[in-house]
Design a protein around this ligand. Structure first.
Ligand SMILES: Nc1nc2c(c(=O)[nH]1)N[C@H]1C(S)=C(S)[C@@H](COP(=O)(O)OP(=O)(O)OC[C@H]3O[C@@H](n4cnc5c(=O)[nH]c(N)nc54)[C@H](O)[C@@H]3O)O[C@H]1N2
Ligand SMILES: Nc1nc2c(c(=O)[nH]1)N[C@H]1C(S)=C(S)[C@@H](COP(=O)(O)OP(=O)(O)OC[C@H]3O[C@@H](n4cnc5c(=O)[nH]c(N)nc54)[C@H](O)[C@@H]3O)O[C@H]1N2
Ligand code: SF4
Ligand SMILES: [Mo]
Length: 730
């Protein structure tokens, strides 16, 4: 956050919250009464209700205060253990999300060229007729798989998947292939499932490529603080930036980007070489210690030191400390791993060190998934003989997640019409124009389409290039299905959402939209239920849960936390923790991670990396009036040494250019970043002029990032772009 904004106190923040909410209410006619300074005082007529935050994927429990039909305050639900009763700044700023004057208000049909910004308001019936007609036309002309469906992180996204399946398309992408699939793959292929980190009880944590004190993941972010402050946990952070997490760590190393695997394999070298592991655990529960022992001989601390820029003696010491604290220690698994072309193998090296520590299914280690108890609501999708055989991105990378796909591979395949044509796109609550690298390519992809329907709350850049834009209800206006959440050792719980205010404008929930479209496509039978009926089916195995949800805003399943694997086998080929992966071997993928040094940063260039800020969510908060006060624009973090060489002073306007695009923004000259790396926040400088705070403000990182992807899963590789930085003459 720029220094000038740090002056805003917590009190000012909440004052601003009230003011902005009041200022954005849209007038008495709309919301039934605006409080003014002149109005006669009357007894407060307010109510409150539970919900789950939607300002990021964490779904923290909240209590909303509603006065005269208007949301005036969002508070944490103290009974919500997953967030330890916390609602972060973005959660508080949810009020500005709901009352954003730039919110979409009614269905809009494109009139001019794509991206020209000419729209015509149309009635809902006409909009749904058109969406359905165009979908039917795409199916007729290009077969069901000729239509792509994309949905972001949301409790209703499952209905987009359902619509796609009953329509007959295999082509569904989620935000996950821009986020974490390589990490999920790596841990799944080591332990047989994707773990939760028991940060609270850990005594020693290595955090690499993750930033828990800014990139909030609940309960890990809160538990990390408690573990450090109250339980004496040691935190070692590897990050090319001096993040807030780095600042609070016991040790921080500004690692050379892309070299984490060398560091992890060197830890394994020391742990194995000095026999610092639990021999019984390794013998009974793991597979491949011999191969691993042989493999890591070459990866000495000295070798890693040269690669990572971290002293060899520190690497060896950290390995010993980590092993001494085992099994109550961990290499934190992280979350976003959309970093490099070999991210799956990088994260495999993280998983392997955890395997050596024997920290699985025990306090302070990596935990298996717990039973939440929600039931799925199955359905039989119709089969279409006349269709393509597989997803458009199939058979490109070996270990893609079938239900997530790869946005990057899909985009290339759509552009090449290979192996077939896709000409229709339905998009819900995801904004690839801001969050997929290489924005020009995403525009090309959109230009390929005959018809694009976007369901969003705002005129995002993705909506801006669509044909039909449908206004969505916010999380505080709609009924949502129940969702099961895991909170490491904190809880396994269920949350739901009910409307707390009347829906604004003509906004509708996605469920009604897909139901309307499905009905018009003669697929109504697959959506033949209400949301309440759906929830009742989800909760069928949890008697009394509905009442508890109404009483507390959250339902806890008292399921087992540790020892879930006692007497159970691992879901891997060897039925053990696979240090050496047998399936990879069969498929021709390196069964043990082989370190390849990252490409050298060319002379006079920088590696551009991405990362979180506690007051920004990906591409969706740059237009939030409240958060804008704290982060009014994005800046380019540039180390003082190259800044001086390039004649760039703090605050100067600079141009950042890569092989695919260029953008201008202010330089923030800071020693919080390595001299070979630069960084900027995401979501700024939107093309859509209907995002008044984000449009023309700062720079779009998506315009500059190059679109490479992980070769095992198709996960985007967002840290592989080199840029030049030059001072712009005013
Ligand atoms: N405030 C906030 N919280 C969020 C989100 C948000 O948008 N805002 N988003 C949520 C989501 S969807 C996710 S996936 C998570 C993401 O949470 P994290 O996985 O923690 O992701 P990032 O903040 O992207 O952190 C990655 C860090 O890696 C550093 N880095 C870059 N290159 C390298 C490298 O080669 N090696 C190492 N060791 N480090 C490197 C970056 O500087 C950055 O600080 O956060 C979640 N929480
Ligand atoms: N450059 C860059 N790229 C990234 C990342 C990054 O940090 N930087 N992060 C990566 C990661 S980890 C992830 S998870 C992905 C996330 O990428 P996306 O899935 O694109 O997530 P957001 O950027 O949050 O965009 C969410 C969209 O949902 C809309 N929205 C918000 N609330 C509602 C609602 O209630 N209803 C509807 N219908 N729409 C709503 C917002 O207006 C916005 O258009 O991006 C990945 N790509
Ligand atoms: S971490 Fe913050 S933004 Fe994310 S769900 Fe929780 S309160 Fe909301
Ligand atoms: Mo993510």
């Amino acid at each position: 956050m720029p220094d000038s904004n740090q002056k805003l106190s917590r009190r000012d923040f909440f004052k601003a919250s009230g003011l902005i909410a009041a200022g954005a209410m849209g007038g008495p006619a709309l919301l039934g009464g605006l409080r003014t300074a002149q109005a006669a005082p009357k007894a407060p007529a307010w109510t409150s209700g539970f919900s789950a935050c939607d300002m990021c994927f964490n779904k923290c429990g909240l209590i909303a205060r509603v006065e005269d039909g208007v949301l005036t305050k969002l508070d944490p639900n103290p009974k919500f253990l997953k967030s330890r009763g916390m609602l972060c700044a973005r959660g508080n700023a949810g009020i500005s999300h709901v009352y954003d004057p730039d919110r979409l208000k009614h269905p809009l049909l494109r009139k001019g060229a794509r991206g020209e910004g000419k729209w015509q308001r149309i009635p809902w019936d006409e909009a749904l007729d058109m969406a359905a007609e165009k979908m039917a036309a795409v199916r007729r002309d290009y077969l069901p798989c000729g239509h792509l469906f994309s949905a972001g992180s949301d409790l209703q996204s499952q209905f987009v998947g359902r619509l796609a399946e009953v329509y007959g398309s295999f082509n569904i992408t989620s935000h996950e292939s821009l986020c974490l699939v390589s990490n999920s793959r790596a841990f799944l292929d080591t332990f047989g499932e994707v773990p939760f980190a028991d940060v609270l009880h850990s005594k020693y944590i290595i955090m690499a490529g993750a930033n828990r004190f800014e990139a909030l993941v609940t309960p890990d972010s809160m538990d990390l603080m408690t573990a450090m402050r109250e339980h004496g946990c040691k935190l070692v952070t590897l990050d090319p930036r001096y993040t807030k997490t780095a600042a609070l760590s016991d040790e921080w190393y500004p690692i050379r980007p892309g070299t984490d695997m060398a560091f992890m394999l060197a830890l394994a070298h020391v742990i194995i070489g000095e026999k610092l592991y639990d021999a019984q655990w390794i013998a009974e529960k793991t597979y491949g210690i011999e191969q691993l022992t042989e493999h890591v001989k070459q990866y000495t601390p000295g070798f890693a030191a040269e690669q990572c820029g971290i002293p060899a003696e520190d690497i060896a010491r950290i390995a010993r400390e980590l092993a001494a604290a085992a099994p109550t220690s961990m290499v934190y698994p992280g979350r976003r791993s959309s970093d490099y072309e070999d991210s799956t193998q990088i994260r495999r090296s993280f998983a392997i060190v955890n395997g050596l520590l024997g920290n699985w299914d025990r306090p302070g280690g990596l935990l298996a998934a717990r039973a939440v108890g929600l039931k799925g609501v199955p359905y039989d999708a119709p089969w279409y003989d006349e269709n393509h055989e597989d997803r458009i991105d199939a058979e490109t990378v070996p270990m893609m997640f079938e239900h997530e796909g790869s946005f990057m591979v899909t985009r290339d395949a759509v552009l090449a019409d290979d192996p077939y044509k896709i000409r229709g796109w339905f998009i819900y609550k995801t904004n690839p124009m801001a969050t997929a690298p290489n924005r020009k390519k995403t525009i090309e992809m959109m230009n390929k389409m005959d018809f694009i329907t976007v369901v969003d709350i705002a005129m995002s850049d993705t909506a801006w290039f669509a044909d039909l834009v449908l206004p969505s209800q916010s999380y505080l206006e709609r009924t949502d299905p129940c969702s099961g959440l895991q909170g490491s050792s904190a809880c396994a719980c269920v949350v739901k959402r009910d409307p707390l205010i009347e829906p604004l404008y003509e906004s509708r929930p996605l469920f009604d939209i897909v139901k309307g479209i499905a009905g018009r496509l003669d697929l109504g039978e697959y959506f033949d239920f209400t949301m309440q009926e759906f929830r009742t089916r989800q909760l069928a195995g949890l008697p009394g849960a509905e009442e508890i949800l109404d009483r507390d805003g959250v339902y806890y399943n008292p399921s087992k936390v540790y020892g879930i694997y006692d007497g159970r086998v691992y879901k891997t080929l060897s039925k053990k923790v696979e240090l050496y992966n047998q399936r990879y071997e069969q498929m021709g993928i390196d069964p043990l991670p082989v370190y390849t040094p990252p490409a050298k940063v060319p002379a006079n260039q920088f590696r551009l990396v991405i990362g979180r800020n506690a007051l920004v969510t990906q591409g969706s908060t740059a237009n939030n009036g409240l958060l804008h006060q704290f982060v009014p624009e994005n800046t380019l973090w540039l180390n003082p040494e190259p800044a001086e060489r390039l004649g760039i002073a703090d605050g100067d306007l600079v141009e950042v250019s890569s092989a695919v695009g260029r953008q201008s923004l202010k330089a923030e000259v800071t020693d919080k970043i390595r001299s070979d790396t630069v960084y900027m926040l995401t979501g700024f400088n939107s093309l859509s002029t209907m995002q008044h705070l984000a449009h023309g403000n700062g720079a779009s990182i998506a315009e500059v990032l190059d679109g490479k992807y992980d070769t095992v899963t198709g996960n985007a590789a967002l840290h592989q772009t080199f840029v030049t930085v030059t001072r712009k003459v005013a």
